[in-house]
Every structure is written in structure tokens, then in C-alpha cells.
Write a protein that binds this ligand. Structure first.
Ligand SMILES: Nc1nc2c(ncn2[C@@H]2O[C@H](COP(=O)(O)OP(=O)(O)OP(=O)(O)O)[C@@H](O)[C@H]2O)c(=O)[nH]1
Ligand SMILES: [Mg+2]
Length: 447
């Protein structure tokens, strides 16, 4: 790990707007040569943030298009470098011609995420903010877009920096006490002060861990397993939920042998439904393997829908919880419609065949995103953030434990430093080229 890695030097260019035909396309250039290139392709000297309507000239001076150009002088630009933005007519031929000219004039094609990577390397954004740019572009619901915007504006980094400050203060306190005898520290109330700081920081960690977990899960989506005995209608339910005949439905029990995954969205949130083999005792080795996979899916799922046949299951008692939802299927075959009550504890009644009650089931799943852990979604987070935050919390907890056992202050301070380094990996103050590549390579070109 090192402090920020090498900065980039060449001037880059790429289409920033979506590929294909559109009303307007935006092409972006960033780097030292942006201003000279701008002069060559427009014949004009551009001023900072003054839009100009001009002809865009190819390398022989012929007009390619009539465009609006906007120049941002370093460091007041997205990347922190000189940036030229060209809004041209949205024809692929025009875009190609303009890019060809920019390359002839000294720019090179930008790599995926290179504009945002430069913004990070030039301290315009920290790593969580750079990641939030990708999350915002990819967001599929108003809530995730808002959360990504918050992260882009620094909501997540601010919380990490808050923790880092608390750790710095704690470490300074502990290091300052290294030269004093234990009795003095006891008398001056120093030890109580350190204890209080540990307990406050611990609370801070736990609430951020909870929030990060929720944000992470919402970004990744929920895995919902559809389980139950053979023939209760699991595959019919999967087909109903995803809107097409994905899984084979048959009146013979034991039809589904392998797990079947279908990705969809509910209110813009990602959900992966997994249809599973029905659970029963069997000697058939293929079915046994299917049942093993079902059990594996249940372990990994965020929510397990337990489908039951309402006609056979007279005992409507259920125990629903955060991870388990009982759904009584085939209610179209019942003479009297069952009602939700205390005994069935919020179980749902549906007919996968007719679609009855499916809307309520979808709503129930959608609400799990909104009320996830009772925590409001105020930021986006990724698995790598959660991993580093957990590592940091482990090092912090080790330090806390050692203080209560009166282990030497320098050992405690070392753990706290470790906790700080793990947090710095989140914001990118400590990073390496592979991590940056793995983040920015997933961006699209032009971002
Ligand atoms: N009347 C009625 N029949 C249903 C309903 N849902 C499923 N069925 C029927 O029940 C039978 C079994 O349906 P499947 O969806 O294959 O059941 P499964 O739980 O996936 O079964 P396995 O894959 O064998 O475990 C089929 O004949 C379906 O048409 C329903 O809501 N009402
Ligand atoms: Mg099935």
C-alpha cells in the first residue's frame, strides 16, 4: 500500500454521453494539451467556463460540425486538469470524426473510468466519491440515485473521516500518556477519559457498520429463495414473479431438480429470485443433489419464501421473521378465503396460477429494501468498504480490549494505527494500482 499512485500525464478524449444516435453528444478532453487542441480545432482561444458557439474543424481546416465548446481551466474542472467539453450533433459519424481529429491533434482515447480516476488522483474526489459517480450513473431507483448523490457529495467519506479523527485523538491521548506512571494517570482522570473515548468511538463504529451493511445490500440487491415441499407451486410462483415461463411447471412432484435464478427489479431495486428443488426424503441421487443445492441457497439467501399448499396445510401457524416469509399458495382452490391473523403471523395468501395476492407479495419484498434493518438509506456502499470497515473495527476492538487489560500503551497505539489504515483504504488515502484498476475498469469509457 502506498499514498496515491502515479498521476497520469497524457491528454485523453472520449465521448461522455451515451453511444448511438441522439439529439446532442458530448465529447470530453482532459489534460495539458486541452487548450492547444481547443485552439487548433476551433481557431479560437477559449476562456474558463465561457461557452462558445463555433465550428469544429478537422486537421485540414474543414468544418465537421457546428458545436458548443466549454473550457475549464485547471484546477477548476471535473478532473482537476484543463478540460474541454464539446457538445456536437448526436450523429455517430460526427462523433467519430471529432474524436479522430482530437486524436490527430495529440489526445489519446481515454480508458474506462479514466476521467474519474484523474479526478481522484488530483484530489478532486476521494475513492468513495469516485465510486459514487458509478453508482449514480447505474442507479435504477430514485432512492438509490439520491443515496449515490449523497455519497458523491461526501456523506460516506465524512463519516469515515469522523471515525478517523476520533481514532487520531484516541491514539494521541494514549501516546501522550506513555511517559507517565500509572498512578498519575489514574489520579488525573486520564484513564476514565480514554475509556469514555473508546466507548463513544465503539458506538460510532457500530452504527456506521450497520448503515454500510444496509447500503451495501441495497446496492447488490436481495437474493430471494423460493422454497417448500414438492408440488406446492414454487416454479409457478417464480414464473408469476418474473413475468415469463422461466421454470418448468408440472403436476408431478419433484419437477425442479436444479436451482433456477432470475434477476429482476422491484421499485428499481435489484432482486434475484431463486427457484429450488422441493424438499423431501428421496433416494434419487439427482434429486438429492438438488435438495443439497436448495439447502445451500437457503443459507445464502437474504429472504426465504416458504411456499405451502393452502389446500393441504390446514395448520396456518407460521413464524415469519426478517429472513423468512410464509406464502400459502393455491388459494384459488379454497372455498373460503383465509384471513391474515395473529396465528399466521403475517403470512401471505396467493394463487401463483391466477396471480391473486402476487401484488401484495411483491410489495412485501419491496418494503424490505426500504425498512432494511430500520436504517434509512443515506449513502451507497460497496463490499470492499464493508470489509475494510470490519477490519478496522476488529483492530479497534483489539485495542479496546488491551486497554482494559492494562497492556502497554504502545501496543494499543499500534492497533489503533492499524484501524486507521484500514479506514484510509476506504477513502483511498492508502491505496494501490490493482485496487484502483479494479474500481475504475468497471466504469464506462468517457466517465
Ligand atoms: N390451482 C392451482 N394450482 C397451482 C397453483 N400453483 C401451482 N399450481 C399447480 O401445481 C402443480 C405444481 O406446480 P409447480 O410450480 O411445478 O410446483 P413446484 O413447487 O415447483 O414443484 P417441484 O418443482 O416438483 O418441487 C402444477 O400442476 C401447477 O399448475 C395455484 O396457485 N393454484
Ligand atoms: Mg418446481
Amino acid at each position: 500500500m502506498s499514498n496515491k499512485v502515479n498521476k497520469l500525464s497524457e491528454t485523453i478524449a472520449a465521448q461522455a454521453s451515451a453511444q448511438g444516435v441522439s439529439g446532442i453528444s458530448v465529447i470530453r478532453v482532459s489534460g495539458d494539451k486541452s487548450k492547444t487542441i481547443a485552439k487548433k480545432v476551433t481557431g479560437k482561444t477559449l476562456l474558463h467556463m465561457k461557452a462558445q458557439h463555433t465550428d469544429f474543424l478537422d486537421s485540414d481546416g474543414a468544418v465537421i460540425d457546428s458545436v458548443i465548446v466549454l473550457f475549464f481551466a485547471s484546477p477548476a474542472s471535473y478532473t482537476g486538469e484543463d478540460v474541454l467539453e464539446i457538445s456536437c450533433h448526436g450523429s455517430t459519424a460526427v462523433v467519430d470524426e471529432i474524436l479522430k481529429t482530437l486524436y490527430e491533434q495529440g489526445a489519446r482515447q481515454a480508458n474506462a473510468g479514466e476521467f474519474t480516476k484523474r479526478a481522484f488522483l488530483n484530489d478532486k474526489l476521494d475513492l468513495t466519491q469516485a465510486e459514487a459517480v458509478a453508482d449514480l450513473v447505474e442507479s435504477s431507483s430514485a432512492e438509490t440515485a439520491r443515496a449515490a448523490k449523497n455519497s458523491l457529495e461526501g456523506a460516506f467519506s465524512k463519516k469515515i473521516f469522523g471515525l478517523l479523527d476520533a481514532l487520531t485523538e484516541l491514539r494521541a491521548n494514549i501516546e501522550a500518556s506513555l511517559d507517565f506512571p500509572e498512578e498519575d494517570l489514574e489520579q488525573t482522570g486520564h484513564n476514565q477519559q480514554v475509556e469514555k473515548m473508546f466507548s463513544q468511538t465503539s458506538k460510532h463504529y457500530l452504527s456506521l457498520l450497520e448503515e454500510t451493511k444496509v447500503a451495501c445490500k441495497i446496492r447488490e440487491g436481495l437474493v430471494v429463495a423460493i422454497t417448500g415441499e414438492p408440488n406446492v407451486g414454487k416454479s409457478t410462483l417464480l414464473n408469476q414473479l418474473c413475468g415469463h415461463e422461466r421454470a418448468i411447471v408440472n403436476e408431478a412432484p419433484g419437477t425442479t431438480r436444479d436451482t433456477i435464478e432470475v434477476e429482476t427489479t422491484i421499485d428499481g431495486y435489484r432482486v434475484c429470485f431463486v427457484d429450488t428443488a422441493g424438499l423431501r426424503e428421496t433416494t434419487n441421487s439427482v434429486e438429492q443433489e438438488g435438495i443439497r443445492r436448495t439447502k445451500e441457497t437457503i443459507k445464502q439467501a437474504d429472504l426465504v419464501i416458504e411456499v405451502r399448499d393452502a389446500k393441504k396445510d390446514n395448520e396456518l401457524k407460521t413464524k415469519n421473521d426478517q429472513k423468512r416469509l410464509v406464502v400459502f399458495n393455491k388459494t384459488d382452490l379454497l372455498k373460503t378465503k383465509p384471513k391474515r391473523n395473529k396465528a399466521n403471523n403475517g403470512a401471505l395468501f396467493v394463487s401463483a396460477l391466477t396471480g391473486l395476492g402476487i401484488e401484495g407479495l411483491v410489495e412485501n419484498i419491496g418494503n424490505r429494501f426500504k425498512k432494511e434493518g430500520g436504517v434509512e438509506l443515506t449513502m451507497t456502499a460497496r463490499r470492499r468498504h464493508l470489509v475494510s470497515l470490519n477490519e478496522s473495527y476488529d483492530a479497534f476492538s483489539a485495542a479496546k480490549k488491551k486497554t482494559t487489560k492494562n497492556i502497554a500503551g504502545d501496543v494499543v497505539a499500534e492497533d489503533l494505527l492499524q484501524a486507521q489504515n484500514s479506514l484510509s483504504e476506504i477513502t483511498g488515502e492508502f491505496t494501490n494500482e490493482e485496487l484502483l484498476d479494479s474500481i475504475f475498469n468497471r466504469f464506462c469509457i468517457g466517465k
